[in-house]
Each structure stands twice: as C-alpha cells, then as structure tokens.
Write a protein that binds this ligand. Structure first.
Ligand code: FES
Length: 354
C-alpha cells in the first residue's frame, strides 16, 4: 500500500540551466518503504498557491550505488510544479513523497552477461541513468549502449556523469539537434531515419537482450517502429511515457460484459472499507472513492503511471486506457482505478494488495 511520507531534501544540484536534481535523505525507519528497483519513480505532493498538486518523477539514483534517493526535474514551459521545484526548493525543505513505484525496471543480476540498448531524449534520461549505473556497477560482464538525444551539449542532463561512464563499459552515442558535431550520424533528432542509420552502423545493437526507451512519445513511436521492422520481438522492448500519449492513444480492449447500470462498489484502503453505489458510465472508481473522502493514491490520472493501481478481489472492472500495467498484472486482476468503471453488480477493489 502506498502513502505519503515526509522526507527532507539533502542535496539540490543544478544539472543544466533548466534542470535540477533533488536528493532525499531516507530516515532509518523508512528504509524498507523506500527500497526501489532501477527505473522506478517517486510521486511528490506539493501545495502551490493553495492547490494540492502531485507529480511523478523517475529516480535517477541507483539503489546499488547511491545512498540518497534522487529525482531530476526539467523546467517545462508553463509547468507550475517543475518551475516550483527548480526555483523555490532549498536544502532542508520537507516534501511529501510516496514510496517508489513503476514497471519500467531492470532487476540487476551480477552473474548476467547481457547486452542492453537504451534510447533517451531530454529528461527521459532519468530512469535510464538509474538502470545504466546499476548495470555497469553490478553486471561486470554486461554491455550497455545509450543513444541520447538533446538540443546541445549544455542542455544535456548528466552529460559529465555519462561521459565518465563511457570511459568504462558504456557505449554512449550523443545526438544533438542544435550542435554541429561534424558527423551526420550524431546530428539531428532521434527519429526513424536516425535509428535506421545507427543500427546500420552497428548491426550488433539488434542482438540486445533488452531495449529501453524514455522520452517524447514521437521518439518512442519512431524507435519502436524501427525495431519492429528489424524483427526485434515486442517482449524485449520497454518504454516509459511521462505524459498521456496521443499517437499511442488507444482504447484498452474491453472485456465482454452485459453489465450496465448501478453497481455496489467496495473500496479497501489502509485497512478501511467504504461502500458506495457507482454507475458503470459514471465517475472512475478513483474519483468516486475520493468523493467518499477516501485518501486513495494517484498521480497522473492519465493511465501513464501506476500510482492508482489496485486489485479487483470480487467482480469485474473495465479500464478506459492503460499504458502502465503489464499484461500479466491485468490478468492477475490489477486495474488503474483512475481509468476503471464497474462491470459487475458487485465489485471489490483493494488498494492494500497493490
Ligand atoms: S494515477 Fe497515474 S495511472 Fe492512474
């Protein structure tokens, strides 16, 4: 079960002119709650101008090499929270933070001898660098290639850290869209043509055991499309979206159900049970639970994170969209409650089992 804890900012680092990383101390009493797998994210809660806002940020630290938990946040245009984090936070500030979550992960195994390839652009590097540091420090026989797109060298988050890692086992390919590198392969954007050129330049990349992608949706679509054309199996390809997709937007296939009308929904959260009536075409289970004053967990409300995940223990629910739960989690009965509606007369949804 997820709930917010108060953490203290131990360090703030200006990574680029518009990106800071914020590192948290984890008190001894919370070390178990804040254990994480490389690639996971934290949900942060703020009160800005009297409004409660939540955002999920990927951890850029590695549980295997770093003592502090650290997220990096790039200031986005009109981004209230990203501006607040970049401009207002100080060391010693107390922030409400939910324990790590997320499925864009890699379990490191010191005896593994694998090839990994990642494509990242901009702040999409955050979960990827956590995975890279974890692999390079703990899988001595594995190799990692990173294709990393940015406007310029100056705007490249973790530029120094990555170039140091590239002196070891990291094969680093920086692509700049506004920098003259003198090499057509490393100038431009990570689009289909670029991916094809990079692969043709090093066909070994196609033999990777796993591919990771994080960045703008256009990049993810382009890379995934090219890998598919080259015959890379879907199960080897992992991606993380930071925003609700447009190109990838699809209705989650709905289960067959004859049910429509009012359902009796029981929500279990923090060992408390709340029962209410909810129409199959009404609010989502998350919103309905919140209307009952249940402090259920959520972050994006857009099917991208999995902060609102819960287990259906009785009855059935249908999701409008799902970009974060794996097929096996769905098969086990997990739902994104921010997307879910009742599809049976009686439904029990348990957040404590998530
Ligand atoms: S709150 Fe992010 S998927 Fe529901």
């Amino acid at each position: 079960m997820s709930q917010f804890h108060t953490l203290t900012i131990a360090k703030i680092t200006q990574q680029t002119p518009d990106t800071v990383s914020v590192a948290f101390n984890i008190p001894e009493s919370l070390t178990d709650s804040f254990k994480y797998i490389p690639g996971q994210y934290l949900t942060l809660k703020f009160n800005i101008n009297g409004q409660e806002v939540r955002r999920a940020y990927s951890l850029c630290s590695s549980p295997l090499t770093d003592d502090l938990l650290e997220v990096a946040v790039k200031k986005v245009e009109k981004g209230i929270v990203s501006s607040y984090i970049n401009e207002e936070l100080s060391i010693g500030d107390k922030i409400e933070v939910m324990p790590p979550q997320g499925n864009f992960t890699l379990e490191v195994n010191p005896s593994s001898s694998k090839n990994y390839v990642a494509f990242a652009a901009g702040s999409g590097i955050t979960p990827i660098i956590s995975i890279i540091k974890s692999v390079l420090n703990n899988e001595p026989k594995s190799k990692f290639t990173l294709v990393y797109g940015n406007k310029t060298k100056e705007s490249t988050i973790f530029d120094k850290e990555l170039s140091e890692l590239s002196e070891g086992n990291l094969n680093l390919i920086n692509i700049y869209s506004r920098e003259n590198t003198g090499n057509a392969l490393t100038e431009g954007r990570i689009n289909s043509d670029k991916v094809n050129a990079i692969i043709k330049n090093d066909l070994e990349l196609l033999k990777a055991d796993s591919f990771f992608m994080c960045g703008p949706e256009e990049m993810i679509v382009a890379v995934a499309g090219s890998l598919k054309v080259y015959g890379v199996l879907d199960e080897k390809v992992n991606y993380e979206l930071f925003t609700t997709p447009v190109l990838l937007a699809k209705e989650t296939p709905k289960e067959e159900t004859n049910f429509s009308g009012d359902a009796t929904v029981k929500v279990i959260y923090d060992d408390e049970e709340v029962e209410f009536s909810l129409n199959s075409k009404g609010a989502t289970i998350l919103d309905a639970a919140m209307q009952q004053d249940v402090d259920v967990p959520f972050s994006c409300k857009g099917a991208v994170c999995c902060t609102c995940k819960a287990l259906v223990t009785e009855g059935r629910a249908i999701m409008d969209a799902n970009y974060s739960l794996s097929d096996s989690e769905v098969a086990e009965g997990y739902i994104l409650t921010c997307q879910a509606h009742p599809a049976s007369a009686n439904l029990t949804v348990d957040y404590d089992e998530a």
